[in-house]
Design a protein around this ligand. Structure first.
Ligand code: FRU
Length: 499
């Protein structure tokens, strides 16, 4: 029999070796790849997925992400650690956690951070695969740090799934309700229905199982991943990622969804109601929020989806990125998302672009694929027009019949829809169309866009809707093009932009 201290010593040795092995990957940022974002967080090499442990601690933001260093594959995950003074400009800290112990040998899976007794606690899922059948075995674990840099693993605090739940139970989120710590976990019932598992604790170490929540949603997918729970104004909200839930539109073919519910914290558990989509684009998953020092809520998500490992950046040895930090507000019974104000520090001076409204097809070379842009989109009474981002070639003023390339944003007055079409992206994985229905009374849509080489984040109507998409294009796809199907269709007249 192997005793506990032998296992701990072995874990330290493996941790040391894994850090040594990962160190060259950590440094080898393939910056030269032309799809690489300039300021969004992307992995130096290998695969990035969920943001983890996002928190403000001792004067700095801390953010971790899921990382497999050695290939663009979902294998044994590490936690990369980044630190920032403002949530926007990040620098690398030493690797956070490695898959070095008997309880997390096949992945230090996702989780959240919490400050308890002035220390930074990381709650995460320990993933292991046992025997030749590679049977999944899951524990919920803690690592602790007093300086926010060096973490000591304390091992599993929950060592098996509760009765009636499969080994698909993960991604702990912990809050303090004034009396107890409460933990929420994404979970799957034995009948393959997604739910949240709830635990409570007095000290953050000893946990009592309090049952499942989410029955009010019935069958809402086979697994719920990555819950977050936080108040906005006085409303508690629960974000989660249900897999296999009913597709919200016929354009949704991938099973991985995102959204949130209103949550009520009751003595006997958390009640959920009123499901809403959080981001209406293509690449948005596993978001995490942090409370800022001035009491706001900042959100960062994985700009990618599970399964979609077939992307152009893979040939340069890196895959996926995170979204920009977004400030959340609770307005008119829904979450609004706006780019964090500190992002403005990254941009150059304001420039003005005037659209030539006498033409039905026009384009301008911005000379860059990294920009912020804002305008007001008129909603036509009839007919439609299209804005093309990262468009490859300009349109000659006479060439109204040529369809330009680019990520298309279509404003359709007949159907009162706003559609994002990325079918011309160089990526082959994933869906290509997303559509929002516009309320009847609306005449204008304020639009803000953040473009960073291979990504586009659309903030529509002051963040009432967001659409997040990666869009891979050629190096010379620096044009913004506009077309309309009829001369009477109104176009946005002026566009402010910043390189
Ligand atoms: C979501 C997820 C989590 C899991 C992690 C593993 O993308 O599947 O549920 O903890 O990724 O990397």
């Amino acid at each position: 029999p192997v005793n506990q201290s032998t296992l701990t010593a072995l874990g330290r040795l493996i941790d040391h070796n894994l850090r040594e092995q990962a160190a060259p990957c950590y440094a080898s940022t393939s910056k030269t790849d032309f799809h690489r974002p300039t300021w969004h967080i992307s992995p130096p090499q290998g695969l990035l997925n969920d943001p983890n442990g996002f928190i403000y601690f001792q004067g700095h933001y801390h953010l971790f992400y899921q990382w497999y260093p050695f290939a663009c594959e979902h294998k044994d995950k590490f936690w990369v650690h980044l630190i920032s003074p403002d949530g926007v400009q990040w620098h690398s800290a030493p690797l956070g956690l490695t898959p070095s112990d008997w309880y997390d040998s096949h992945g230090v899976f996702s989780g959240h951070a919490m400050v308890i007794n002035d220390a930074l606690w990381l709650y995460y899922t320990g993933n292991t695969r046992i025997g030749p059948e590679r049977l999944r075995q899951t524990t919920q674990c803690v690592a602790r740090s007093t300086d926010g840099i060096h973490f000591e693993k304390l091992g599993p605090v929950i060592d098996a799934p509760p009765a009636g739940v499969t080994e698909h139970i993960r991604d702990p989120k912990v809050i303090y309700d004034g009396e107890h710590y409460r933990m929420l976990l994404g979970a799957q019932r034995e009948d393959k229905i997604g739910r949240l598992a709830q635990y409570s604790s007095i000290d953050g170490l000893h946990w009592r199982y309090d049952g499942l929540s989410g029955d009010s949603f019935g069958d809402h997918g086979y697994m719920w991943e990555c819950p977050d729970l936080f108040p906005l104004n006085d409303q508690w909200l629960c974000i989660l990622c249900p897999q296999g839930s009913t597709a919200p539109t016929p354009d949704h073919h991938v099973p991985h969804h995102n959204g949130y519910a209103k949550a009520t914290l009751e003595a006997d558990g958390i009640k959920l109601d009123d499901w809403q989509i959080l981001d209406h684009g293509f690449d948005f998953y596993a978001p995490q929020t942090a409370q800022t020092p001035d009491n706001k809520r900042m959100l960062i998500a994985w700009m990618g989806l599970p399964d979609e490992v077939d992307q152009p950046s893979q040939s340069a040895g890196w895959l996926h990125q995170l979204t920009c930090p977004r400030e959340l507000r609770w307005e008119n019974g829904q979450i609004y998302q706006r780019p964090a104000t500190a992002l403005q520090r990254l941009r150059g001076p304001q420039q003005l672009l005037v659209i030539r409204t006498e033409s039905d097809a026009t384009s301008v070379d911005l000379g860059t694929k990294q920009f912020e842009l804002s305008t007001s989109l008129p909603i036509p009474k009839s007919g439609q027009y299209t804005l093309y981002f990262h468009s490859r070639s300009g349109i000659a003023s006479h060439a109204t019949s040529t369809e330009p390339s680019g990520c298309a944003l279509i404003i359709d007055g007949n159907n009162r829809t706003l559609t994002l079409d990325r079918s011309t992206s160089l990526a082959t994985a994933g869906d290509t169309r997303r559509c929002i229905h516009l309320p009847e009374q609306l005449e204008e849509l304020p639009l803000q866009v953040l473009a960073d080489t291979s990504s586009l984040e659309f903030f529509i109507s002051n963040g009432q809707w967001t659409m997040t998409s990666r869009y891979f294009s050629a190096t010379d796809a620096t044009f913004l093009a506009v077309t309309r199907d009829h001369h009477d269709v109104p176009l946005p007249k002026e566009i402010d932009w910043y390189a």
